[in-house]
Design a protein around this ligand. Sequence first.
Ligand code: ATP
Ligand code: MG
Length: 758
Amino acid sequence: GHNNPPEYLKGLNPEQRQAVETTEGPVLVLAGAGTGKTRVLTTRIAHILATGRAFPSQILAVTFTNKAAREMKQRIGILVGEAIEGMPWLGTFHSIGVKLLRRHAELAGLRSDFTILDTDDVTRLIKQLIQAEGLDDKRWAPRTFAQMVDTWKNKGLAPEEIPEGDARAFANGRGRELYRAYQERLTTLNACDFGDLLLHPIRIFRKHHDVLAEYHRKFKYILVDEYQDTNTAQYMWLRLLAQRPKGGNATTEGREPDRATEPSRGPRGALAPSGAEQRVSENKVNICCVGDDDQSIYGWRGAEVDNILRFEKDFPGATVIRLERNYRSTAHILGAAAHLIAHNEGRLGKTLFTDRPDPEDPRVNVHAAWDSDEEARAVGEAIEAYQRNRHQLNDMAILVRASFQMRSFEDRFIEIGLNYRVIGGPRFYERQEIRDAMAFLRVVANSGDDLAFERIVNVPKRGLGDATIRQIHDTARALGVPMLEASTRLAESDELKPKPRAALREVAANFARWQSLLDSTPHTELAEMILEESGYTDMWKNDRSAEAPGRLENLKELIRSMEEYESLRAFLEHVALVMDAEQNEGLDAVSIMTLHSAKGLEFETVFLPGWEEGLFPHQRALDEGGRSGLEEERRLAYVGVTRAKKNLHIWFVSNRRIHGLWQSTIPSRFLDELPEAHVEVQEGGGSSYGGYGNPYGGGAFASGRGGFSAGRQNPYGASRFDNLGSPSGGRAARGDQGGSFSNSYATPGWQRAQQNRT
Ligand code: ATP
Ligand code: MG
């Protein structure tokens, strides 16, 4: 015992202190949001270092993001009162994986200077393989296969281990062959993909016991944050490093990897200790994982929340510690979060309390807005109001469900000169699909824009290789004309082979046609036409990657945002200005990010916009995941709510443009799952419309129902949010500007609201 505990232990509650001081043996900290799990991990490392139990290089610590790793390193330094000289093994699974693989590349058939391929490289490589197999890459889309490979790798599966059904599902049953060929090709190229950063080390550990033993000796302590979101491969990797042969009789105990959970295909007894392992076998496994099953939000990417549930089985004798006191949020926020998440089934169930309830604490505010632009305007006003009350912008965050939602906030904040930064991803206009789309538009508006032209001349892929591009360049330079014109001329000459010539002719004809329409066609229509006719939209529609649907949403949002400008040129100018804005690193700025990337973070004031059925919970999650999809959405809502320390503002809008149509939306079911006692509904919420009502009552009620809430029978009949934010007659003018209004999602609740008024 410590009679005089060191400074870094002071202030911890007894359970936290137990989690910090139980350094030996396996420890699982299972606790709700804001209870200090990450703080426990950080302090635990500080404690291990301060008490001389290990050197920094003997601690393996896994965080979910690189940013979290940097912060943890800093805090440890502060806690132990000196800068830490490198914690080389503190990082994400991927960053630690790269490091391991560089050290032992030759055991995976690679050189230590191997390249890591990004998604584009992978897709290109797979396309070559598909073509080399004589398969039609239109029918068997390379991106689909890339996605399948990624899924297999997340599950830790080698080609010979993939399920029969999966292998059959692609390329007439040649999925397995292709996967194998892909791996061989990677080796030849001295390259690996992201999945390999974990899979190669796993194989190396299984095959080379001496290497594994080296790390068993090296890593005296293993720590993992956000354990609920580890996938199977990460889990296998961790277990290999953490599970050591028990002491005692080496031949009878604890040799075998658990076959039920670990598809190990090494020789039986692969983990039987060598002499070296025998020596470490006296050591206990000092692994500490912290997590919250209610915050498992990466199931769609292969995370297995079960990993956390089976910790005690994997590590017998584990100490399980629960933390119940929340240090982050007010009682209102906690009450709202607890009530919301209680709607999920199959939880481990946790209590959360704060002993600082303060009658002054604000309730959770729910606001309605007419549409996303008004939502952005109102959130901007709220932020400025906080600012006037001396709140820092750094203490405020806007957390969105889908990245396309960022657009209206970014536009608005630039307009009013409010500093913001986008975290965990590019800003809206910097996204690949937006840059591509903008490139098409820029060339149409200005045929001399060579940079834009070069970006999309071969997008989607139309067989214009480097050689052709070089020829276009040469011609352009020789004639002193822009690349588009050079292409037009080249397409008419016989300097090119028939295939690129035909492709180039099509490109030239397309741009000529679009340019001829520039003055006569509304620019939003023209933009839609360009994305359709160029094949760009289809390219993403045929893309099976997890990001593709989001990219399509972003493209729709781009078109939508153009409506506010009177011409294509005015719009392009606007975007150029937006792109020029600083990222505000190091400045006081509001953070904008997705809910997924907000995991583990906290802010004084949090805005959660877009709580509408179909957006949140997201329709895709409901369609693809059914009940479990809905529950994962609800966990995401729980993550969002629990990011707030003091002020939480949730917004929903009554109209969104979906598939080019204005549609009235239904407030998210999650709003109804918030307890009234902790919520305050802000009528109007700073918005400029007055009165409720549905001027479109006689509209097309039946059409387009498929989008949002098909099959649900007025589950919100009694919703207290029905009456909020309904459109007023005055704003109907919007309908004249673009698209048409449709009440396709109107519910009887709507109708009742209307009857109440009349
Ligand atoms: P999440 O599940 O969201 O990742 P968490 O369990 O990791 O949350 P932390 O981020 O570690 O929680 O802690 C939440 C907040 O509470 C932080 O601001 C942290 O500094 C503070 N905190 C944690 N423990 C204590 C304590 N014993 N005394 C005072 N503040 C604390
Ligand atoms: Mg945390």
